[in-house]
Design a protein around this ligand. Structure first.
Ligand SMILES: *[C@@H]1O[C@H](CO)[C@@H](O)[C@H](O)[C@H]1NC(C)=O
Ligand SMILES: *[C@@H]1O[C@H](CO)[C@@H](O)[C@H](O)[C@H]1NC(C)=O
Ligand SMILES: *[C@@H]1O[C@H](CO)[C@@H](O)[C@H](O)[C@H]1NC(C)=O
Ligand SMILES: *[C@@H]1O[C@H](CO)[C@@H](O)[C@H](O)[C@H]1NC(C)=O
Length: 493
């Protein structure tokens, strides 16, 4: 990995001095072909969703190299076709959100409105540009809250360049390409000899030696899953390639783009019985497995159990570390989310924007080279946890928090786990202030439950000399003082 890391660093450097990606992709293959570390198959697959797209603009060389460096098992990508039939890596059928097309005045006249999967979309479409033209564009970060520094620097890459990146990696790394919007692409792009998009897609994989059945000796040398939301595409290629196929499942309200079937139809036992002849697994949106209301998880559906009963793997999408995407149940902790999906729901692969965090979570909880299991800090709190849950409940039914604190201080006598002094201290800033109002009993109870070493607070004094926990010298921002008419005249400067 060290040797490869140097190449990655060098490659990224080249990208930024604007060498373009063409020569770059050839670089890592200069490495010797010594035996490579095999694909791990002992724990759920770490599938780098559009590369390390949490860090770099999605589906770029930088995003894929970073995912390899961070420990991905598979590099995921979306395949679309240009006007002249070149297969490229790009998620959206239009270029508007993830490229700098808006600043290319020479293409201003290419804006079109097309019906895509039942919706009219206006923008600049990949199918209206030749590959030569697309090479002049640069990628843009999709989300405003992610790192923008790479905007305008990284080119779009072809399916073949993507494959070259995976084949050149210092260990065996799988690929996970999607046949993207096949109905739309086949309508707009034509290939010679009556070939369809799906045929050209499979031909490209075969050209580089990807053709073998799941877990066969050849597959383990060049692992690949083919994914699609369109069941007829998966059936169409079933007698062209033995590669394992994943049937993607969209949200409840979305009909399949090719067969116009409902979510209920394609997740029924009858349908799973039919489709399982062609696929090795399904790739549902997370919310289709565990519905969400007001950002809280609801009871899981039977989808995972039924898929497993049909001998189908489940690879849900998408895991994203940022608070914007984390359900409240996970307390703003992406590791808690991985823990839930891997250990409670029991999925077989995870499509994540943050390969690095999933890799670290799995190394801690199911290391590829097992060490002695560390003390599990969670267990140390099990006894106390029931009491804490009860106390939190009391707080929320409006019980006076002082009596809860008294109750707790009675119960926690007896042998207690000592303070850990072997790692840097985990100091709960104003309690678990990410979740509860800061410096409240609830915030401190939650911090204890979550494993804090110290609970931090700010001490101020009242007019009559009582020391209290409060950060700001004025309670304007962190209390409901504004609603207390009786104190209206206490405002001071
Ligand atoms: C898209 O626009 C065309 C042309 O205006 C119209 O005929 C068609 O019904 C529209 N489709 C949808 C799904 O709105
Ligand atoms: C391949 O499968 C398609 C669709 O199931 C079928 O129409 C076709 O005859 C098959 N071709 C071969 C060579 O088996
Ligand atoms: C790829 O797999 C198909 C289906 O099993 C088989 O017919 C074909 O011969 C294979 N092609 C190559 C190049 O190995
Ligand atoms: C798809 O199915 C829905 C109902 O499930 C129907 O309203 C719609 O007309 C169908 N569309 C096509 C293109 O068949």
């Amino acid at each position: 990995m060290i040797e490869f890391a140097g190449i990655i660093a060098f490659s990224l450097l080249l990208l930024f001095v604007d060498c373009g990606a063409r020569s770059l992709n050839a670089l890592p293959s200069k490495q010797n072909k010594r035996s490579r570390k095999p694909l791990q198959t002992s724990r759920p697959y770490n599938i780098a969703h559009r590369g390390s797209s949490g860090e770099f603009p999605e589906e770029t060389t930088a995003a894929y190299l970073r995912a390899i460096e961070e420990g991905a098992d598979f590099l995921e990508t979306d395949i679309l076709a240009t006007k002249d039939g070149v297969l490229i890596c790009h998620h959206d059928v239009n270029l508007d959100e993830t490229s700098d097309i808006a600043s290319h005045k020479e293409f201003a006249g290419r804006k079109r409105t097309y019906e895509v999967h039942g919706v009219n979309i206006t923008g600049f479409f990949v199918v209206d540009f030749t590959w030569e033209e697309l090479q002049t564009l640069r990628a843009i970060q999709r989300f405003a809250f992610r790192d923008q520094q790479y905007n305008g620097k990284l080119p779009i890459i072809t399916f073949e360049e993507f494959i070259a990146i995976a084949l050149a990696a210092p260990r065996v790394i799988g690929i996970y390409p999607e046949i993207k919007n096949p109905v739309f692409v086949n309508k707009h792009v034509k290939w010679p000899n009556g070939k369809k998009f799906e045929d050209v897609f499979v031909d490209t994989l075969k050209k580089y030696g990807y053709n073998s059945s799941y877990l066969s000796e050849d597959w383990l040398k060049q692992p690949c899953f083919i994914q699609s939301f369109a069941p007829t595409s998966l059936v169409h290629i079933s007698n062209q390639t033995d590669l394992p196929k994943i049937f993607l499942i969209d949200h409840v309200t979305v009909l399949t783009e090719d067969t116009n079937q409902t979510y209920a139809e394609i997740t029924s036992d009858v349908y799973l019985d039919y489709i399982k002849k062609y696929i090795v697994g399904i790739g549902p949106s997370k919310d289709m497995i565990v519905p969400v209301v007001n950002n809280y998880l609801q009871l899981p559906t039977s989808l995972v159990d039924r898929a497993h009963a049909h001998d189908l793997q489940v690879h849900p999408y998408t895991y994203r570390n940022e608070n914007q995407f984390l359900r409240f149940d996970f307390h703003q902790d992406p590791y808690a989310e991985y823990d839930y999906w891997i250990n409670k729901i029991g999925v077989d692969g995870l499509l994540t924007d943050f390969t690095g965090s999933l890799y670290r979570f799995q190394e801690w909880t199911s290391p590829l080279n097992p060490r002695d299991a560390d003390d599990n800090p969670k267990e140390q709190f099990t006894m106390f946890a029931g009491l804490l849950a009860f106390s939190l409940l009391l707080l929320f039914v409006g019980c006076d928090c002082r009596s809860v604190v008294k109750l707790l201080s009675k119960e926690i006598k007896g042998p207690r786990h000592p303070l850990q002094t072997s790692c840097p201290y985990n100091i709960a800033h104003r309690g678990f202030s990410g979740e509860f109002s800061k410096e409240t009993a609830a915030a401190y109870l939650r911090a204890i439950q979550a494993g804090a070493d110290f609970i931090e607070t700010d001490i101020l004094a009242t007019k009559d000399g009582v020391l209290i926990c409060h950060h700001d010298v004025n309670p304007d921002d962190t209390s409901d003082i504004a609603l207390h008419e009786e104190f209206a005249d206490r405002k001071r400067t």
